[in-house]
Structure formats: C-alpha cells, structure tokens
Design a protein around this ligand. Sequence first.
Ligand code: DP6
Length: 327
Amino acid sequence: GELRAASQAQPNIALIKYWGKRDVALNLPVVGSISITLESLWTRTDVHFMPGQKDDRVSLNGRSDQAETKRITKCLDLLRTRAGVDYGANVASRNNFPTAAGLASSASGFAALVHAGARALNLDLSLEEQSMLARRCSGSAARSIFGGYVEWVHGKLADGTDSVARPLLDANAWPLRVAVAITSTAAKQVGSTEGMNRTAETSPYQSAWIDTQEADLSVARDAIRARDFDALASISEYSCLKMHALALAAQPGLLYWNGATVECMHRVRALRQQGVPVFFTVDAGPQLKAVCEPSAIEQVKAALRDAPGVLDVLDTGLGEGARAIAT
Ligand code: DP6
C-alpha cells in the first residue's frame, strides 16, 4: 500500500527549562526539563514516502522553506535508516499559530513529523522510541510526543537511548490554562540551538545552572503530584528567570525579551500579589506565557491584552500527545 500517514502534535511549554547540550550530535541535554503540552494550538503533518523519488519536498503552511527542509530531511533520515529505505518524501505541514515567533513550532512540528513518518514506513515504534527520535530532531519535541505534564530526563547513557520524555500527570488530572501574549511576530533573532551553544561557550553561570537543576526538577515534580499551584508557580518563574539570567550573561548577551514581555511579567506578578493564581514563563523569544487556574483565565487575558505592545492574546487548555489523523 501507500507509504503515507498523517499526525497531529501540539506545542509544549517548559516550566523547568531545557537549555544546554551535553552532546550536540545526538542532541542530548545537560539538564532534565518539565513541560505542559497545550491543547488548541497544533501542527498537522502529512508524510508520504515516494519510492523512486530522491529528494524530500516540503511544504510548510503552503510554502517551501529551504532551511526547514534541511532539518526535516535530517530527521526523516533517522526514520529511513531504521526502515532500511532511501527514498524521498512529500511532507505537508500546517500550524494554526504563528511560526518562528518563539511559539515552539519546532516541538509540535518534529513530534508530528516523527509520529507520522514512523507510521508511513510501518515502523512499529513505542512512544518512548518516538520521543527519542523526536529529541534528535529538536530537543523540546521529545516532550510533545506525550500529553499533559511531561518530564524529559537527561539520561546517563552516552548513546542517548535513555534520554526520553515520559508522562508525569494527565492533562485532565490538573487542567490548568495558558494565555499566550504575542508581543512580536518577527522571526526570532537567535535560535535556541545557537543560543545554547553560545551560552555554553561564554556564560560564566553555566555550571551553576547545571548544578541547581536537579533540585528544581524535584520541587516541580512534587508540586505537580500534589497539584500545589503556589509551589509550581514559584519554581517555574524561578527556572525561567534563571535560564534567562544564564543566557543574558553569554557574550554577546542573549536578550530575548522586548518591553512588552517585561511589562507582562510585572502584570502577572501584580495579579499574583492580589491572590490571582497565575505565573509566567518565557522561552527563547518575546512571547509571554501565563499559566493559571481555570477560574482566573478571563482576568489574566484582560490584564495581558491591556498591556502596551501586546498584539494578541491566545488561550488554551492542556492537551494530549501526538496522535494519528486522517491523511
Ligand atoms: C527555551 O528544543 O528548540 O524553549 O534542541 O536545539 O532544537 P534544540 O532546541 P529547542 O530548545 C527549547 C528551549 C526552550 C526551553 C524548553 O523548551 O525547555
């Protein structure tokens, strides 16, 4: 039959951040990380292997993209090697949210690509194996294979086969909500991979970052297990600001925030001081993600929408991992 399958995956947002690689070729992280998988933002990817076709042909939101095609080919090569085939694929992928604006499109993108590509080639891969392959394409993609609360362990083995994500808690067991303040739609200045490499080479705080991560992971795991919002809020903001402090101290410094990002941080903290259950996190881009209890979502959205420089506010619950959809 046809070597074709399609899958959907959603972005995830790290609460305890991944930043830094212990092995660049295998994409192994220096630290573990913990994330939440989102619900209503998605990537849908159709992969069709074509015996006799040499190259991969990629369409992203209806357009071809040279840089992304290279990365996708590298990722598909991992699947082709496993299946013992060498032919190209036609890949069509769509996001329902702005790409390249620091909204983790690579996480949902590579999770969906691995999930669909493996089925298209009739590879019978466990979710752990899919997570490991997604990790090699983009680290954070390892986590989007799973839904809800997810931990990606850094692993001990040199070949990286134990550096996979695993679910900690189902989305519906603690259905927090996330408001995403879009403060810029420009493509990001310095991508995560380059930012991490520069940080490792130049930031004097790299070893402190690595040394303190295990304690943060343990606090976050306990907070999630106990559904302790205040504990998760404080450890998540701490990990976010610590990652940015680490990156800010690189040479030249990595400044991912704009003025609106900082304004939103202050607004989230002001709400929390008034007793509203909300906290922020920011990745390698200017968007601010506010995580809150369901009862607070309208108030949080209103506060962010009202901040100078905020272009739009999206809102989503927590969702499931990668899954098959119709081609
Ligand atoms: C700040 O997964 O995009 O979002 O492995 O080089 O592809 P590569 O990096 P990527 O980095 C994500 C960094 C982060 C934090 C996180 O998601 O944990």
